[in-house]
Design a protein around this ligand. Structure first.
Ligand code: AMP
Length: 641
């Protein structure tokens, strides 16, 4: 019998109940939203068509996020707290936010934007961008937010693929003490794509002189002036009508545009917001992500507002002006819950615990973390060393496609205790399997590919304009089975906990043993000198592949042969003698996506002396050159030996 069963039979009963009566379960969950008309059917799927949830139901995400609270008498409660690294702060109540959103909704209408039209938002985390998102959704238009750190090509391809009619931008975004200009990137992007774009609206945040293209560009003020009488009207949306398009964080050149709809997505983020994050109206909630990612959509904007909480939207670097900034913000706002990513935890870890101890963190009730595996050493450091177990640090897994968390802990820590390094167990209504590429179902503790056996309300039901691609890439990847292919390597242990090992195409095969790159990185992190590590495989005639590691050291540690030896030993003692590290290169930074994920395919290209392919989503282009230089130096050293 599994441990989950032993610890709490209630959990087992709940899982079985949802499995036996999924439609009754989802009908109950859907009551979390306000519906103007109820659905006549909970779920329908005639493959290869799209599946649909809550058919015929009518609602609106913006109504649920704003009007509902104002009508319920909470107009005076704080809704949006904007803060940036320059120390600027703005607080909007629900009533104020609603007023602003209505103004922008009127302006969009005035510009001729209609239900189903797409608008692209290429703006930093800012009140205006968030209001625009809500205003678009209010009138049934579809927003496409593109991360404001992306370059012209990435912006152009997303505008083009979504057929956006308007593009919104601002002069700059604030990052590490600099004003990073955006408008020039927009001008370049407009030469590369975005044929359907009629007007570009520019928010001038700094009062700078912005070159405007006659007839195409307009100021934010002129845009707002397009709105006629302020109106309470919002558009009733059938549950399966899209609210927004969000591209996957993407390693492929052609972005995959997931589509999230008013009904199913709304229900899913409300349910997971409750089960997993215990989001409540009196929360001061801070998701440290960016509105350019799905986390920003679901847990900076929609879920916290739909719950009636105060949500913090922070623009800038977490460690600017100094490493103490993060903790100080928690103290200043009395933050009760944080959603962050392992890359941020590892960054904090590299500064040591002191900056975190300088502020009062007593308001905090939980920290939740997703985006990459939360390696056990990083978890231990935050949970035990910094927080002394006063606040749980909780890992959970999901994807842009899934809208909200899929693997996590919806039952509470007393029922499903944390196993450091695991994202815990499937959410209610989620059935998982571990398979190989031939479609064989694997046993407990065997590593394979994680698949999801059924759709659930948060899961994208198509890719914008490419439904065949959606079916092909996700539902037809595993032969003989109609299951959703996550692309992640994982195993499920005897207790039903899921352990992620990295992307399936990043698993390394050493002498017939399949080793997840993440497992090796986690082993390296057990050594006190290591701040971050990225591992990839290099072909080897004898072993099939050997492991090649790129390591960033914490301040105060210097590269040396002794240290290399100690790191090899750390991996060996964690993973056994199979996990032989071929070589270790020391670097100052790893190639990462703008959302903080280590780009192991770039490391692989470096060691194979190949072109890294599409790197439009990379954080620092210099990281590729650095990795290449480190690798060349290593090779030269070897041939000289
Ligand atoms: P994105 O679509 O950008 O949100 O990225 C989704 C991918 O991030 C997943 O397919 C995983 O590879 C990775 N990921 C997200 N959360 C976790 C987690 N808690 N543990 C392991 N991998 C994760």
């Amino acid at each position: 019998m599994s441990k989950i069963d032993l610890i709490n039979p209630l959990v087992r009963r709940k899982i079985a109940d949802v499995r036996a009566h999924p439609e009754a379960f989802w009908s109950r969950e859907a009551q979390r939203l306000h519906w103007f008309r109820y659905w006549h059917k909970v779920f329908e799927w005639n493959y290869p068509e799209r599946y649909r949830w809550f058919l015929g139901g009518e609602t609106n995400l913006c109504y649920n996020a704003l009007d509902r609270h104002v009508e319920g008498g909470r107009g005076g409660a704080a809704a949006l707290i904007y803060a940036n690294e320059r120390g600027e702060r703005q607080v909007y109540t629900y009533a104020h936010l609603l007023r602003e959103v209505k103004r922008l909704a009127a302006a969009l209408r005035g510009m001729g934007v209609q239900k189903g039209d797409r608008i692209t938002i290429y703006m930093p985390v800012s009140p205006e961008a968030i209001m625009l998102m809500l205003a678009a959704v209010r009138i049934g238009a579809i927003h496409v937010v593109v991360f404001a750190g992306f370059g012209a090509q990435a912006l152009a391809s997303r505008m083009e693929a979504s057929g956006s009619k308007l593009l919104f931008t601002s002069d700059v975004t604030y990052r590490k003490g600099k004003n990073v200009p955006l408008k020039g990137i927009v001008d370049e992007a407009m030469t590369l794509g975005g044929e359907a774009v009629e007007r570009v609206v520019v928010l001038n945040r700094t009062g700078s002189d912005i070159p405007m293209v006659e007839g195409r560009d307009m100021t934010w003020e002129d845009f707002v002036a397009q709105g006629e009488e302020e109106s309470d009207a919002f558009t009733l949306m059938e549950a399966n009508e899209p609210a927004f398009i969000m591209a996957t964080s993407g390693t492929t050149a052609r972005p995959k545009l997931t589509v999230h709809c008013h009904g199913g997505y709304g229900v899913w983020i409300m349910s997971t917001g409750d089960w997993l994050f215990k989001l409540r109206p009196n929360d001061v909630w801070w998701a440290t992500s960016d509105i350019g990612w799905i986390v920003g959509h679901s847990y900076i904007v929609y879920a916290p507002l739909m719950v009636g909480a105060a949500t913090i939207a922070y623009e800038g670097a977490l460690d600017y002006p100094g490493p103490e900034n993060f903790a100080q913000l928690i103290e200043t706002f009395g933050v009760t819950g944080i959603f962050t990513a392992p890359t941020a935890v590892r960054m904090l870890m590299s500064y040591g615990a002191d900056p975190l101890r300088q502020a009062d963190l007593s308001s905090l009730q939980r920290i939740v973390c997703a985006g990459e595996p939360l390696n056990a050493p990083a978890w231990e450091w935050l949970q035990k060393h910094v927080l002394h177990d006063t606040v749980p640090v909780i890992d959970h897994w999901w994807q842009t496609e899934t809208g909200g968390p899929v693997i996590g802990n919806p039952y509470g820590l007393s029922m499903v205790p944390i196993k450091p390094g695991s994202a815990a167990i499937p959410m209610p209504g989620i059935e998982v399997g571990i398979v190989n590429l031939d479609g064989d179902e694997l046993e407990a503790n065997e590593k394979g590919i994680l698949v999801l056996k059924k759709p659930f309300p948060g899961l994208t039901s198509t890719l914008w304009g490419e439904h065949d691609r959606y079916n092909r890439d996700y539902w037809e990847r595993i032969p003989g089975q109609r299951v959703y292919f996550t692309g992640d390597a994982a195993h499920v242990d005897e207790d039903g906990y899921v352990w992620f090992a990295g992307r399936a195409d990043e698993v390394v095969n050493v002498a017939g043993h399949r080793i997840g790159t993440v497992e090796v990185e986690t082993a390296l992190l057990t050594h006190p000198a290591v701040a971050e590590a990225g591992v990839t495989g290099r072909p080897d005639e004898v072993r099939g592949e050997v492991l090649s590691a790129f390591v960033v050291l914490k301040p105060g540690y210097e590269p040396s042969d002794e240290l290399k030896q100690a790191l090899r030993q750390a991996v060996r003692s964690t993973l056994g003698p199979i996990a032989v590290i071929g070589e270790i290169s020391f670097v100052n930074m790893l190639p990462k996506t703008r959302s903080g994920k280590i780009m192991r395919r770039v490391l692989k290209a470096v060691i194979l002396d190949k072109d890294p392919g599409d790197i439009t989503t990379i954080e620092e282009v210099g990281s590729v050159e650095e990795a290449r230089a480190a690798w060349e130096a290593l090779k030269a050293q070897r041939s000289g030996q």
